[in-house]
Write a protein that binds this ligand. Structure first.
Ligand code: GLU
Length: 493
């Protein structure tokens, strides 16, 4: 049966999803969707010691938040399951048994102490540590004796001592490995659990994976995996190792470079659309100047052969720039959906929106979104549209509240607004302009203290946009409150 393209993302549930993993998942997703193929999610969870409870759920949640979906996986099922390696142990044992029976693998009874001593010897001699192949030559009688003594054994693959194994990589081209640099590596540990390389190959083969797209750090595992594929008699998949992601200083990306986990970006107010777009550009480019690309465009234009083999440099400024572009361009309803959790957390709105509130929030978003780079900034900038309990920016107070007569001027503004019947942009602005002209003062002398009185801040959207959105009643209240506050606090230069 011709299966068509089948790819997989195979995270280990040992932590949260980082941008490197997310980018690998994304490239698999794009390749599958671009080629009408299927994406499999496989959990590589046989490293029981490093397993972190809840990590699987966290990874799935991060992927879904990013807008990556899969056709088969532990949560959605599929014809090649189970999709957790911990539930496939019998399959690995069966396949390992085949290799043993065919004489392509052998039992190794060396104890951890013996192996450690070997490694130490190699280290002292300046050699790379390699298994010395001692158990490969055990006679049947020797084996029987060890078995009778109840000794534990691991299974090792018989690796050819000479020749080369070539990885034909879609991104890197042919990469040649000398078999002499490999040793008879372990495929099944003595506790009956497969090693990463063995489980990975058995799964890739039995799940019908056609293309293995994964991080470049796995390239050194690939010759071993190819040898396992050949020993088992399965056809090889096509390999594509995607480049590393480095920090701006070209060091390995780590905590000290700030957020690197998808969940952290989400919490900091990055949009899934922006992160999706940004991750696609980490190693891939559409071949022209475009940087803002929709999901559909990326899927249409994505190709593995256009992925660079050079490391991609992570650039937070660019991500933040993309984020602000998306904040501005998204349909307001979508922005509302994304912003609501942040508005709730900042206690700007309650758990559910009361009737009419939705329209108000949409208008606030429309007014402030061009200035915010993240949803966190957006919630902060929207604060005074929902709460009266803000304080006045101290620098603003020094600048705009200390001139003599400011309370009186604010009250004059209040009277002026009180008289505006049709409380629209043009009407409120005209009324204020009249007051400014009548007083013979500069516009700023009224506008700046008014803004501070209404918002507590010195910068923000256009003043009359704010005035109209707040509505007459709140404007009057806030102007009076500010005037009284200045008097009470006797602010003087
Ligand atoms: N579980 C491996 C990892 O998270 C997967 C490697 C692979 O894709 O083969 O790095």
């Amino acid at each position: 049966m011709e299966l068509g393209i089948r790819v997989r993302f195979a995270p280990s549930p040992t932590g949260s999803l980082h941008i490197g993993g997310a980018r690998t998942a994304l490239f698999n997703y794009l390749f599958a969707r671009a080629g009408g193929g299927r994406l499999v999610l496989r959990l590589e969870d046989t490293d029981f010691e490093r397993h972190i409870p809840g990590a699987e759920e966290g990874i799935i949640q991060s992927l879904r938040w990013l807008g990556i979906d899969w056709d088969e996986g532990p949560d959605v099922g599929g014809p090649y399951g189970p999709y957790r390696q911990s539930e496939r142990l019998d399959i690995y044992r069966r396949e390992a048994g085949r290799l043993l029976a065919a004489g392509l693998a052998y039992k190794c009874y060396c104890t951890p102490e013996e192996l450690a001593a070997e490694r130490e010897k190699a280290r002292k001699a300046g050699r790379a540590p390699r298994y010395n192949g001692r158990c490969r030559e055990l006679t049947e009688a020797e084996q029987a004796a060890k078995a009778a003594a109840g000794m534990k054994f691991a299974l090792r693959l018989k690796v050819p001592a000479t020749g080369q194994t070539v990885v034909e990589d879609l991104i890197h081209g042919p990469v040649v490995f000398e078999n002499a640099t490999l040793d008879d590596f372990i495929i099944m540990k003595s506790n009956g659990v497969p090693t990463y390389n063995f489980a990975c190959v058995v799964d890739d083969a039995t799940m019908g994976i056609t293309h293995v797209i994964r991080a470049e750090e796995h390239l050194s595992n690939t010759p071993k995996q190819i040898l396992i594929f050949r020993a088992l008699g399965y056809a090889l998949p096509v390999y594509a190792h995607v480049p590393m992601i480095l920090a701006p200083d070209r060091a390995k990306l780590s905590k000290r470079h700030g957020a690197t986990g998808v969940e952290e970006f989400r919490a900091q107010g990055y949009l899934p659309e922006a992160l999706f777009n940004y991750l696609a550009l980490l190693g891939w480019s559409p071949g022209d100047e475009r940087e803002i690309l929709s999901r559909e465009e990326i899927i249409r234009d994505f190709s593995l052969t256009a992925v660079s083999k050079h490391a991609a440099i992570y650039d937070l400024q660019k991500l933040t720039w993309l984020n602000s572009q998306y904040m501005n361009a998204l349909p307001l309803e979508r922005l509302l959906e994304l912003a609501l959790p942040f508005f709730k957390a900042a206690e700007l709105v309650g758990e559910t929106l009361v009737p009419g509130e939705r329209e108000y929030v949409l208008r606030v978003l429309e007014t402030v979104r061009s200035r915010a780079r993240t949803l966190v900034e957006l919630a902060d900038m929207a604060c005074y549209f929902f709460r009266d309990d803000f304080t006045y920016d101290p620098k603003g107070v020094q600048k705009f509240f200390t001139a003599p007569g400011v309370p009186e001027l604010l009250r004059a503004g209040k009277e002026t607004l009180a008289r505006v019947e049709n409380f629209g942009l043009a009407e409120t602005e005209a009324a204020y302009r009249e007051l400014i002209a009548a007083r013979g003062i500069s516009g700023g002398m009224l506008i700046h203290p008014t803004r501070l009185a209404l918002t507590g801040r010195t910068v923000g959207p256009g003043l009359f946009d704010i005035i109209v959105l707040l509505g007459k009643e709140r404007c009057l209240e806030r102007l009076e409150k500010a005037a009284a506050w200045i008097e009470e606090n006797a602010v003087r230069k």
